[in-house]
Design a binder for this molecule. Structure first.
Ligand code: ADP
Length: 447
C-alpha cells in the first residue's frame, strides 16, 4: 500500500482525494500556489508545500517543483486529480523514473488515448464501435473530399491533438470542406503544435453517454455503468446523470461489457472513461479519458463504490476490490456543476463568498472546497462545487434536487445555481428528453 500521497491539484478534487486517503489511513501532502495559501485542501492536509506563483504553469503544472515536493516530504505516490497533469504522459514517466507511484494508468496508455487518431484506431481494434470516418489523418484535400463523400455530409473535421472542443469544424456541404480543413488545421497547429486532422461523420442529434471502466493493469477489468452528460454548453458538461434516462438495462449491459472486454485486452490500469455519442440506438466512440472525471460521484452514488479508494488500491498493486458480477446499480443520481459564473452569460465571477449554506439531508452530497469568507481566485477554473443527489428513482432524485437547490445559499458572487433551478423544473429535462445541443437552444430561448 502507498503510505503518503501528494495531491497534485487544488479545489474540490484535491479535497475529494484527501478524504479518500484519510479514510484509508494514508498521509497526505497538499501542494499549492501562492494564490491558494488559505485553500481548504491546504488546511486539511497533513503537510503542504508551496510550489509557485498563481499561474498554473508555474505551480500546479510545474513538474520539477512537484517532484521536489515529493522528495522533501517523503511522499511515495502522486494523485493528479483531473485537469492539470492528470493526462500528461511525460509527468507519469518522470514520476516512475523517480520511483514514485503515479495513481493512474501507464504513460503509454495516456499517450495512446491523448492522440485522437491513435485512440480511435485502438478503440476499433479492441472492438469498440467508432464514428465512421477517415482511417487516419487526412493530408490532401482531394483525399478528404473522397472520404467525406463516401461517409456523406455533414462531416466534422477534428484535430488529432484536440481537446476542449478546439480544432473542430463542421462542413455541411462539399463547398464548405476546404475551408473547414484549413481552419481546423491552423487552429490545431496554433493550439497544440500539431496540425494533423481527421474526418468523421457529423452526428446531428446525439446524446453524450460515457462508460466508467476500471482495470488492474494485469488483464482484469470491469465497467461501472454509464453517465449521461448530454446537457452541455460549448462542449462543457453542466449536468450529469447515472443512469442514462435513454438506456435500457440490456443496452447498458451490452456497451458496458464491450468496454470492459476492451480494457482487458489493453491491460488497462486504473480509472478510465470511454466517451460515446449515442444516436438512434447506436454508440459511437469519440474519446477515452485516462483519469478520474469531474462527474465520477454520480457513479459512486449508484454503485456505492469509492472510486478514489479503488484507484489507490490498484496503484498499490492490490487489484480491484470486486468482480463484474459484484457490481450492482441502485437508484438514480444527478450532479450539477455549480460555477462562479453569470447564469446567463457565463462570464466568470471571482470574488469573496459572503454567505454560504450548503444543503443536506438524505441523498445529498456536496463536493466543494469553498466556505464563507473564501475568496475565489481569478486564476483557475470557475467550479465552486458539485451538488450530487441520489434517489431511488429518477423522479425522486429530481424532487430531492429541487429541494436541495432551494436550500443552497451562496452569496457574494454570481453562480450558475439559478440555471439549475430553471432546469430542474423544465419539462424536457424532467422527461429526460434532450440531446447535446438542447441546453444551448434552451439558453437561446429557442426551446
Ligand atoms: P474534445 O477532446 O475537444 O472535447 P471530443 O472528441 O470529446 O473533443 O468532442 C467534444 C464534443 O464535440 C462532443 O462531446 C460532441 O459534442 C462534439 N462532437 C465530437 N465528435 C462529433 C461528431 N462526430 N458528431 C457530432 N458531434 C461531435
Amino acid at each position: 500500500m502507498v503510505s503518503k500521497v501528494l495531491i497534485a491539484n487544488r479545489g474540490e478534487i484535491a479535497l475529494r482525494v484527501l478524504r479518500a486517503c484519510k479514510e484509508l489511513g494514508i498521509s497526505t501532502v497538499a501542494v499549492h500556489s501562492t494564490a491558494d495559501n488559505a485553500a481548504m485542501h491546504v488546511r486539511l492536509a497533513d503537510e503542504s508545500v508551496c510550489v509557485g506563483p498563481p499561474s498554473a504553469r508555474d505551480s500546479y503544472l510545474n513538474i520539477p517543483q512537484i517532484v521536489a515536493a515529493c522528495e522533501i516530504t517523503g511522499a511515495d505516490a502522486v494523485h493528479p486529480g483531473y485537469g492539470f497533469l492528470s493526462e500528461n504522459a511525460r509527468f507519469a514517466d518522470i514520476l516512475e523514473a523517480h520511483q514514485l507511484t503515479f495513481i493512474g494508468p501507464t504513460a503509454s496508455h495516456i499517450r495512446t488515448m491523448g492522440d485522437k487518431i491513435e485512440a480511435k484506431r485502438t478503440a476499433e481494434r479492441l472492438g469498440i464501435p467508432v464514428v465512421p470516418g477517415s482511417p487516419g489523418a487526412v493530408t490532401e484535400d482531394g483525399e478528404a473530399m473522397k472520404i467525406a463523400k463516401d461517409i456523406g455530409f455533414p462531416v466534422l473535421v477534428k484535430a488529432s491533438a484536440g481537446g476542449g472542443g478546439r480544432g473542430m469544424k463542421i462542413a455541411r456541404t462539399e463547398k464548405e470542406l476546404p475551408h473547414a480543413l484549413a481552419t481546423a488545421r491552423s487552429e490545431a497547429g496554433a493550439a497544440f503544435g500539431d496540425d494533423a486532422v481527421y474526418i468523421e461523420k457529423y452526428l446531428e442529434k446525439p446524446r453524450h453517454i460515457e462508460v466508467q471502466v476500471f482495470g488492474d493493469g494485469a488483464g482484469n477489468a470491469i465497467h461501472l455503468g454509464e453517465r449521461d452528460c448530454s446537457l452541455q454548453r460549448r462542449n462543457q458538461k453542466v449536468w450529469e446523470e447515472a443512469n442514462s434516462p435513454a438506456l435500457k438495462p440490456q443496452q447498458r449491459e451490452k456497451i458496458g461489457t464491450i468496454c470492459a472486454e476492451a480494457m482487458k485486452g489493453l491491460q488497462y490500469r486504473g480509472a478510465g472513461t470511454i466517451e460515446f455519442l449515442y444516436e438512434n440506438g447506436e454508440f459511437f466512440f469519440i474519446e477515452m479519458n485516462t483519469r478520474l472525471q469531474v462527474e465520477h460521484p454520480v457513479t459512486e452514488a449508484v454503485t456505492g463504490l469509492d472510486l478514489v479508494h479503488e484507484q489507490i488500491r490498484v496503484a498499490s498493486g492490490d487489484g480491484l476490490s470486486l468482480k463484474q458480477e459484484d457490481v450492482t446499480f441502485s437508484g438514480h443520481a444527478i450532479e450539477c456543476r455549480i460555477n462562479a459564473e453569470d447564469p446567463r452569460t457565463f462570464v466568470p465571477s471571482p470574488g469573496e463568498i459572503t454567505h454560504y449554506h450548503a444543503p443536506g439531508g438524505l441523498g445529498v452530497r456536496i463536493d466543494s472546497a469553498v466556505y464563507r469568507g473564501y475568496r475565489i481566485p481569478p486564476f483557475y477554473d470557475s467550479l465552486v462545487g458539485k451538488l450530487i443527489v441520489h434517489g431511488r428513482t429518477r423522479e425522486e432524485c429530481m424532487m430531492r434536487l429541487k429541494r436541495a437547490l432551494d436550500e443552497f445559499v451562496l452569496d457574494g458572487i454570481k453562480t450558475t445555481l439559478p440555471l439549475f433551478r430553471d432546469l430542474v423544473t423544465n419539462h424536457s429535462v424532467r422527461r429526460g428528453e434532450y440531446d447535446i445541443h438542447w441546453l444551448e437552444h434552451f439558453l437561446d430561448g429557442e426551446v
